[in-house]
Design a protein around this ligand. Structure first.
Ligand code: CMX
Length: 443
């Protein structure tokens, strides 16, 4: 058993007993109530899931095992080669076992993933069989599905295993998947945009730096960005579409490949992860309409109003839970000011992102219906990638997906360790709701 797995089992197995007892003793206590509006409108704020890895506060933003993003940027181990941003291996360790890792722990995770990172050839062949015009997220999801042949959980289940062993095989699948995703993502990138010329992983590089390397970017600042990007996108508690989908599909004991591919299909939606692509497309469209250059505050304001008038969403703004500026947006702003906007240098696109941040919130607030007028993670991420020459913005959600694997797969291992059963919420018809309203009126 590898050291991380051993550490996980030491934490999770006693907790599984604790949770069983907790349900036995306190299972009939109430956590909250919900309204008809919540049932119709996406179950917002209904606590219906247990997720150990992170918790989202509407005002403060995400905490990973109790730590905010600024705390993690300071406390998580960095690359010994002059790194200033956390290594994503560290946030995975933290999410999985609930303790801040040492540099040695992080190096062990990195070596563990490197050992598991070989992607079978038929996965590349499957991606190759798709038309080049296929969206990168579709290629990614299909690539993950093609890799399902490797599921040790599915193989063990077929042979027959005890429920007590589920977490063990799930752990193996999740570690293998995380180890292999960078190669699959980079393969899609190079196939689609770089004449199908591929770059082998560099065993000396960490997981995130290797993504940059295999995509063809060796600049230290790109490695730095990739480490931060992979850390801040990793998890956003359990109810978002990608996390919830992994949990839901996994609850049917579909193996981690099936569960994660399903979640990536959700991340590919424009109201979720695809918003990072949409933000850049929207800004490009605005600049095109204005004949290029840096748009003024007035012009940006007018374009936002026009977007709303046309019945479209302003991408990168709003959130189902957050009610303040997303700390993941602030971390990226900080990255821009710390590493790019220095010595009088500026980046046009990043500057436009800052101006939108100034102009958009009052306009969105003024609609009277948008609950959160502040930017989310996707409002900034594309501009940073564009700055470093990664201009193929329909690829951006794949990077989000690689990062999201860290959180949702750590959660999936917990789901199996705690023995969470199949998910099956009840539903009601509108007729049923009307009857309930009528019954309430009589009382
Ligand atoms: N632009 C225009 N209208 C918006 C809006 C935005 N950025 N955000 C919310 N609204 C609208 C909703 O569409 C809804 O309109 P209707 O009543 O006509 O249906 C109304 O305001 C109320 O919505 P809400 O309760 O404030 O927001 P929701 O929880 O329903 O939706 C989200 C949240 C993120 C889907 C929404 O804010 C949105 O569409 N934002 C733009 C897309 C985006 O950036 N998504 C990325 C989110 C982060 C991520 O998952 O990666």
């Amino acid at each position: 058993m590898d050291t991380l797995k051993e550490k996980f089992s030491e934490k999770a197995l006693p907790m599984a007993v604790e949770v069983k007892n907790l349900i036995k003793e306190h299972g009939d206590k109430k956590l909250g109530e919900y309204t008809i509006a919540q049932v119709y409108q996406g179950m917002k704020s209904i606590t219906g899931l247990v997720t150990e890895t992170s918790k989202l506060d509407p005002e403060e933003g995400i905490r990973f095992r109790g730590y905010t993003i600024p705390e993690l940027r300071e406390k998580l181990p960095k690359s010994v080669n002059g790194g200033t941003e956390p290594l994503p291996e560290g946030i995975f360790y933290l999410m999985l076992v609930g303790e801040l890792p040492t540099l040695e722990d992080v190096t062990n995770v990195a070596n563990n993933w490197a050992r598991r990172s070989i992607v079978p050839k038929h996965v590349f062949d499957t991606i190759d069989a798709l038309p080049l015009s296929t969206h990168p997220m579709t290629m990614f999801s299909i690539g993950i599905m093609a890799m399902q042949t490797e599921s040790v959980f599915a193989a063990a289940y077929k042979k027959g295993i005890s429920k007590k062993e589920y977490w063990d095989y799930t752990y193996e699948d999740c570690m293998n998947l995380i180890a292999r995703l960078p190669r699959v993502a980079a393969y899609i990138y190079r196939k689609k945009y770089k004449n199908d010329v591929h770059i082998e992983p560099d065993p000396k590089l960490d997981w995130a730096a290797n993504i940059a390397h295999m995509m063809g970017y060796e600049d230290f600042n790109v490695q730095r960005l990739m480490r931060m990007y992979m850390t801040i996108h990793a998890d956003h508690e359990g109810g978002n579409v990608s996390a919830h989908t992994t949990h839901l599909v996994g609850s049917a004991l579909s193996d981690p490949y099936l569960s994660f591919a399903a979640s990536m299909n959700g991340l590919a939606g424009p109201l979720h992860g695809l918003a990072n692509q949409e933000v850049i497309a929207w800004i490009m469209h605005m600049r095109e309409q204005l004949g290029g250059g840096l748009p003024t505050e007035q012009q940006i304001g007018d374009f936002i109003k026009k977007t709303l008038e046309d019945g479209k969403v302003v991408p990168g703004y709003g959130h189902a839970v957050l009610r303040k500026t997303d700390p993941r947006f602030s971390a990226q702003q900080d990255f821009y000011h710390r590493y790019i906007a220095i010595d009088g240098k500026k980046d046009d696109l990043c500057e436009i992102v800052q101006t939108i941040y100034k102009v958009a919130p009052p306009i969105l607030l003024n609609t009277g219906k948008i609950k959160n007028p502040w930017p989310n993670v996707d409002a900034h991420s594309g501009a940073l990638l564009m700055h470093f020459g990664i201009t193929e913005f329909d690829f951006y959600t794949v990077l989000f997906g690689v990062s999201r694997a860290l959180g949702v797969l750590a959660s999936l291992v917990w789901d199996r360790a705690l023995g969470h059963p199949i998910e099956r919420p009840g539903s009601i018809t509108t007729e049923g709701i009307k009857k309930k309203i009528a019954a309430m009126a009589v009382k």
